[in-house]
Each structure stands twice: as structure tokens, then as C-alpha cells.
Design a protein. Structure first.
Length: 531
């Protein structure tokens, strides 16, 4: 009885959302924008500040000059989009993240269209919501290229489907070339998107025994964007990047997939259980599934499979060419996972609208619950901040006659951007290439900070370790001895500098340790601990 009631309810629900698709999409968009808006209000972290400062440069010519000088290493479309957003919404954190937010939303709508055309509208809606539960969602509010690349990449998938189906032929072929070019002009690793499209079109050519020259051209021509990368990435060759943070390995590849799909393990298991129950719910003899009934044609299966394998492609490129691999370079796998999961569900469930509606409702409920838990944690964190095991760090309460040395290059830029002029006047970042290479395996900060000081309004001081130590016998150091991108604590210990533990504190950027450094011949006042 309960099963029949649920079945009838889901049938009515699926019919309702298909009839009122526009209203459902409007509500989804409002939900997405509201939740993402609150996510987007947090402070910038190191990488995002590069986007912010680059977009504040006066014109595209200046931006290009800064890129060629090595100030940042993304193609220029990111900064153009951010500059437009600044002109519309101001210069805050939210405005700087608008391009990523809209890019991620474009990906969700593109998945709706792609899956909906093959499997039905309810499965398309499920595919639309699925990325919001994955680890990729955090990049919807990161002021870097990744949200835009996901949006352009997914839009290119839809354009490719239309072009192959000869729907709005000229427009779809042109859109395919435009969206792929836009992705490649936003991030250099977006070049990996050419592999799934190229493999898919090769399979389509083989199965049809003839090539589709307009589509082939639309896939190949965006590769010309690589020429723009050459002057931008040239400066990377001068950096030593032999640190575990960047090195490609099987463990880092697994960490990429884990980051993306760990949050959706339980929703996927529940979805699989729902599909299995629905397949047996009528008690009839199960009908064998055939490949010919799969909603995606073979070339689209190849396309989505290679999208799912983008992290593997990124690892290969990192191992052979760039020497740098980060989890976020494989985000496009979410596009492939969404398509394959929801298309497979429709195949097993015989395109049952009831199952599609149930998946949509399940994924949407999971997103709402995840968002509610996040809001709860934020509120509890603000209300109980002073009750945490580590007290909050207030730089203004530190001993005000000593220099403040930030030992972490990532952290220095954030402190420099957000702290008051009084604090920044005491702020230092030290460089020593030999020590950086010895303890970190990379000289990225030593070589990069002199460049970005030419283009960004950095207020704190950057000094060589030797010059600073000659001029300052005592100072306060903020950092973490275990941080893999810090060499200063190790160097101070090796040089026999006395380090007095001041305290460990909670900060907006994470937990930090404050130490008072004292060279021989100087005396400690003993009052360095904040109240």
C-alpha cells in the first residue's frame, strides 16, 4: 500500500515538474544564487587575490603586459570577465566571484539540456543538480578560472550534441568553436577538453564512415588559443617546483577523484538502491538491457567517458610537461560523471519519469541539507568563536614594537590585503632562495613576489633574510613549523635563533603559531602574548 502510494505520488510529481519546468528552473536558480551568494562572501585566499588585482589593472594592454611579466599565469578572459563584473557590482569579494558563479550555473543548465534530450526532462533535472553536491561546487565561489571553464566546457558539450544531430546546424557548430575557445582562453589546462571532443568525433567519423568537416574544424580551431599560452607560461620555466604540493603522483590523482566525489558517495548509493527497487517494483520478469537501448549514442559515451578521465589526462600532462598537478585541474570530470550517472539511471529504469523525478528530488534534498549544515556551522562558529580550544588571533594585540614576519608566502598576501595600515607597516616577508629550495623544494615565492610588487598594490615589505636579520634582532613570526610551504622556522632553528612560543591561535585563514625570535645580544621583554 505504501509502495503504491509513493509510486502514485512520484508519478504525479514527475508530471507536475515536467508541466511546470520553467517554474522549477526559476526556483532552482533562486536557490542556487541565494546559497552561492552566501558562500561567495568569504575573504579572498591567495590565488583569488591575483584575479582581484589583475582585474583592477587599468586596461587589457596593461593586463597582458603583467601576464607576460609573470604576475599571473591564466589566459586573459578571466580578468576581462572579472573586470566587467567589477564595473557592474563593485570591487568586493562577491563581485569578483560572479564569473565563477555564473559559469557553474551555466554548467548545470547545460547538463539539463544534454541529458534531458536523451533521457527525458526529469533525468536532465537530476543531472543539473548533481554537481552541486560534489566537491567541485566550492569552485562555484572561487574567483579563479574553474567555474568559467566548467560552464564553457558543458555548454560546448551541448553545442556538440546539437551539431552532431544537425539541429540549428550553423549556430551549433559556431557555438561549439566559441565555447571551446572561451574555455581555452580562461585556463591553460582547459586544453584537455579538446581530447574528449577529439576522441568522440574520431569515433563518430569511424562509425559513420565519413568525416563531419565543420564539426572537426570547430574542435580543432580552438587549439590555436594555445599560442596565447606561450608568452604567459614562459616564466614558469624559471621556477623550481620540486615540492610535494605540486608533484604529480598516483596518490594525488586519487586525491583529485576523492575530493570531487567523496561528498556524493551516499547520495549515489541511495540513488542506486532506488533504481534497483524501481526495476523490481512491479514483480515482473526483468527484461534484459541492450546496448542499443542506452540513451547516449556511442560517440557521446566516449565523450563523457573521456571527460570523466580528465584528471588522468591532467596527470599525464603534469608528468610529461608542466610538472604541476593540482586537484582542481580535473574538475571537468564532474560533467562526465553527471551525464553518465543520470543517463545510466534512465537506461536501467527504462526512462521511468518517476525514477527521474525521485533522483531529482533526492539530489536537491541533499544539496539543501548540505547547505543547511554549512549555514549551521558558520553560525555556530561565529557564536562560539571565543569558546574554541584556540583563542582568536588579533594582530593589533601583539607586542607593537616588533616587526611581524609572515613565514608563509600564501598567508602574507592575504594579511597584506586585509589588515589595517598600522599592522601592515610592521609586516614583512623574507626571501632566501637557497633556504627555500633546501626546505620547500621550490623558489616560487622568492621569484614571484618581486614581480607582483611591480603590478599589485602590496603594502608590506619583502626583504632578503640576511638583510632583515642584520637589521632586526627580535621579531614576531607567524606561521606553522609543519607547513610544507614555509622554510623560515627551519632556517631560524638551523641558525641558532632562539624561538619563544607565544601561542597557537585560530585565524580566519586557519590555525597559526606565533613565535618570538631573538638573536644573541637581544633581550626579550616577555610580553609578547596577546591578552
Amino acid at each position: 500500500m505504501l509502495r503504491n502510494s509513493l509510486s502514485r505520488w512520484f508519478q504525479q510529481f514527475s508530471a507536475q515538474i515536467e508541466r511546470q519546468c520553467s517554474e522549477v528552473l526559476l526556483l532552482f536558480t533562486i536557490l542556487y544564487l541565494v546559497v552561492t551568494f552566501f558562500h561567495g562572501g568569504r575573504r579572498f585566499w591567495y590565488d583569488e587575490l591575483f584575479t582581484f588585482y589583475m582585474a583592477r589593472l587599468p586596461d587589457l594592454q596593461t593586463i597582458w603586459a603583467a601576464l607576460k611579466d609573470g604576475a599571473d599565469h591564466n589566459p586573459p578572459l578571466l580578468y576581462v570577465a572579472t573586470k566587467i563584473s567589477h564595473s557592474l557590482f563593485g570591487y568586493g569579494e562577491f563581485a569578483t566571484r560572479v564569473p565563477a558563479m555564473l559559469g557553474y550555473l551555466l554548467m548545470c543548465f547545460s547538463l539539463l539540456i544534454f541529458v534531458g534530450r536523451r533521457s527525458g526532462r526529469t533525468y536532465g533535472m537530476a543531472a543539473m543538480v548533481f554537481p552541486l553536491m560534489t566537491g567541485a561546487y566550492s569552485y562555484a565561489t572561487e574567483a579563479r578560472s574553474y567555474g568559467m571553464v566548467l560552464g564553457f566546457g558543458a555548454a560546448a558539450v551541448v553545442a556538440y550534441q546539437f551539431a552532431a544531430d544537425r539541429v540549428h546546424r550553423r549556430l551549433s557548430v559556431a557555438s561549439l568553436a566559441i565555447f571551446l575557445s572561451a574555455a581555452l582562453l580562461t585556463h591553460s589546462y582547459a586544453v584537455l577538453l579538446l581530447v574528449p571532443f577529439g576522441m568522440s568525433e574520431a569515433v563518430r567519423t569511424w562509425t559513420q564512415r565519413r568525416g563531419d568537416l565543420p564539426v572537426i574544424a570547430a574542435v580543432i580551431l580552438p587549439a590555436l588559443s594555445i599560442l596565447i599560452y606561450l608568452p604567459i607560461l614562459a616564466t614558469l620555466n624559471s621556477y623550481v617546483l620540486n615540492t610535494v604540493v605540486f608533484q604529480p603522483s598516483f596518490a594525488s590523482l586519487m586525491a583529485c577523484y576523492k575530493t570531487l566525489f567523496d561528498p556524493v558517495v551516499w547520495p549515489i548509493l541511495i540513488a542506486l538502491a532506488m533504481i534497483a527497487i524501481s526495476a523490481l517494483s512491479l514483480g515482473a520478469e526483468p527484461q534484459p538491457l541492450t546496448r542499443s537501448e542506452f540513451p547516449l549514442p556511442f560517440h557521446e559515451v566516449v565523450l563523457t567517458a573521456f571527460l570523466l578521465a580528465v584528471p588522468v589526462l591532467a596527470m599525464i600532462v603534469a608528468a610529461l610537461v608542466t610538472r604541476v598537478f593540482m586537484n582542481r585541474y580535473g574538475l571537468s570530470a564532474v560533467i562526465g560523471a553527471s551525464i553518465l550517472l543520470c543517463s545510466s539511471a534512465s537506461w536501467v529504469a527504462r526512462r521511468s519519469r518517476t525514477v527521474g523525478a525521485a533522483l531529482f528530488l533526492l539530489f536537491l534534498a541533499c544539496f539543501v541539507v548540505q547547505s543547511a549544515l554549512w549555514f549551521r556551522d558558520v553560525l555556530n562558529g561565529r557564536q562560539q568563536y571565543s569558546m574554541r580550544a584556540k583563542p582568536p588571533l588579533q594582530l593589533s594585540k601583539l607586542q607593537n614594537d616588533l616587526p611581524l614576519v609572515i613565514s608563509n608566502g600564501l598567508l602574507f598576501l592575504q594579511v597584506d590585503h586585509y589588515e589595517s595600515p598600522e599592522i601592515v607597516s610592521r609586516l614583512h616577508f623574507l626571501t632566501d632562495r637557497a633556504s627555500a629550495l633546501s626546505y620547500m623544494g621550490t623558489d616560487m615565492f622568492d621569484k614571484h613576489y618581486p614581480v607582483i610588487r611591480k603590478w599589485f598594490p602590496i603594502r608590506g615589505k619583502t626583504s632578503s633574510y640576511s638583510d632583515f636579520m642584520k637589521a632586526n634582532k627580535r621579531f614576531l613570526m607567524i606561521g606553522s613549523y609543519e607547513q610544507v610551504l614555509e622554510w623560515l622556522p627551519h632556517k631560524l632553528v638551523a641558525d641558532g635563533v632562539h624561538l619563544r612560543y607565544v601561542g597557537e591561535y585560530a585565524w580566519g585563514v586557519g590555525d597559526v603559531i606565533v613565535l618570538e625570535a631573538q638573536q644573541d645580544g637581544s633581550s626579550s621583554s616577555g610580553n609578547g602574548t596577546p591578552p
